[in-house]
Design a protein around this ligand. Structure first.
Ligand code: PMT
Length: 407
């Protein structure tokens, strides 16, 4: 397995060999989406299907998506293909079975290899992820649960099925997990050998909300994109991540602890708890500087022509947090970007500050790209070009890795 390369456009999936095993469930059609997303992310996807899976989705669909031959049960197990396929299992960086039926789970737990998917699972030394999909009664059956527990204990990663409407028309837990959750888990497992393996990072994201009354708040335009990109990049490089997030409309990232807060005071408490064992705190959140002095208990009525709110300072989280970990701050600036950011670095005693240019429409709040300058404690200034927020995150993490190595 190669180390993560954080150059433009590369991710933890780039050039990785992912074996995608598909078994006979109605959810088999969703495997096409998984194959497509993995292929687009730069992975070499080798699809292996059971005979019953081929009744739900045509191998040609998977072949067209991945651009690679699909191995199915139509081959004779004693043929050359089988031998090649064992070699493929050996070359795999990861094996993902999605959907995994109760029968596949039972066979693997019993060590039975009688089709191409079970053969691959038993022949590989790569990490294995199973994403079960089945009828709720089959999923809840103690035999299935015991099999899953046995496989978990053997190091398999299980992406639990979701609750919802099943093929039978019943509601229950058994639907294949959300595709983004499966992809996120694949990235997390692949990232375990990354350059942040064994490190604990705390990341904050989004704009805090300071309530005025039960229905109104003071907020800002932070979407959370920068902080979420930081948290996901850290996860993909092997870190244990705690993401402390203000409300956003982004999907919940997988493979990390996510703590939801609303106000600056709540973020302060959550940060204080999370940093206990941390190696680094990265504050990408836009934290309100002021909060209403008092919060009205009932909705404020539109009675007078004007309304004055008295505001008081919020706690400065970065300044007040204590502990022996790296502190990385962000500074959204519209003028004297480097000078203002340097002042914040010194005032808040940070190891690194990310000066965020918000004068460009493609940079800063809400957008997917960002233009930043990294300034470290020694005064070294590195101006980065306009990059995606994920690329910015990886450049910041390159610095964090180097600083942690010197600690
Ligand atoms: O969320 P997005 O839409 O992707 O936008 C990303 C972003 C523009 C919000 C982000 O890149 C960014 O720049 N965040 C910092 C915003 C800011 O201007 O922070 P600040 O200058 O008010 O604070 C400096 C640092 O102190 C920040 O790391 C902040 O999290 C922290 N802070 C601020 C206030 C406070 N009370 N406590 C803090 O710890």
């Amino acid at each position: 397995m190669g180390l993560l390369n954080s150059n433009k456009g590369t991710t933890v999936l780039t050039n990785k060999t992912v074996i995608l095993g598909i078994t006979g469930s109605i959810a088999a059609y969703k495997a096409a989406d998984i194959a497509s997303k993995l292929t687009q992310a730069g992975a070499k996807v080798e699809v292996v299907m059971t005979d019953s899976a081929t009744r739900f989705i045509a191998p040609l669909t998977l072949r067209s998506i991945t651009g690679r031959p699909v191995v199915t049960d139509m081959f004779d197990l004693a043929s050359q293909h089988t031998i090649e396929h064992i070699a493929l299992g050996e070359a795999a960086d990861i094996v993902v079975i999605a959907p995994a039926t109760a029968s596949l789970i039972a066979k693997v737990a019993a060590g039975i290899a009688d089709d191409m998917v079970t053969l691959t699972v038993l022949a590989t030394k790569a990490p294995i992820i199973l994403a079960p999909a089945m009828n709720v009664n089959m999923f809840e059956n103690p035999i299935t649960q015991e099999n899953l527990a046995k496989l978990k204990a053997r190091g398999f990663t299980i992406v639990d099925p979701a609750y919802g409407r099943l093929a039978s028309g019943k509601m229950g837990r058994g639907r294949l997990a959300d595709i983004d959750k499966i992809i996120g888990t694949i990235k997390q497992v692949l990232g375990r050998s990354g350059d942040l393996a064994g490190k604990r990072l705390v990341v904050t994201a989004g704009g805090t909300r300071e309530p005025i009354d039960p229905v109104r708040h003071i907020g800002n335009r932070s979407s959370g994109k920068m902080g979420y990109a930081m948290a996901e990049a850290a996860r993909d490089r092997g870190a244990s991540v705690t993401l402390i997030t203000a409300p956003t409309s982004l999907p919940e990232p997988v493979g990390m602890e996510v703590v939801h807060i609303e106000t600056a005071a709540q973020m302060k408490d959550a940060v204080a708890r999370a940093v206990a064992q941390a190696d680094a705190l990265i504050m990408a959140a836009a934290v309100a500087d002021y909060q209403p002095k008092s919060v009205a208990k009932a909705k404020i009525k539109k009675e007078s022509p004007s309304l004055t709110l008295e505001l008081v300072r919020t706690p400065d989280i970065l300044t007040e947090v204590k502990g022996d970990f790296l502190k990385v701050g962000f500074a959204a600036e519209s003028q004297d970007i480097v000078a203002n950011a340097k002042q914040k670095l010194e005032k808040k005693k940070l190891d690194l500050i990310v000066a965020n240019d918000i004068t460009d429409a493609d940079s800063g709040f809400g957008v997917d790209t960002n233009k930043v300058t990294l300034i470290d404690r020694k005064g070294k200034v590195e101006e980065l070009p306009l990059l995606t927020k994920r690329e910015v995150a990886d450049r910041i993490l390159d610095k964090v890795v180097a600083m942690l190595a010197k600690k």
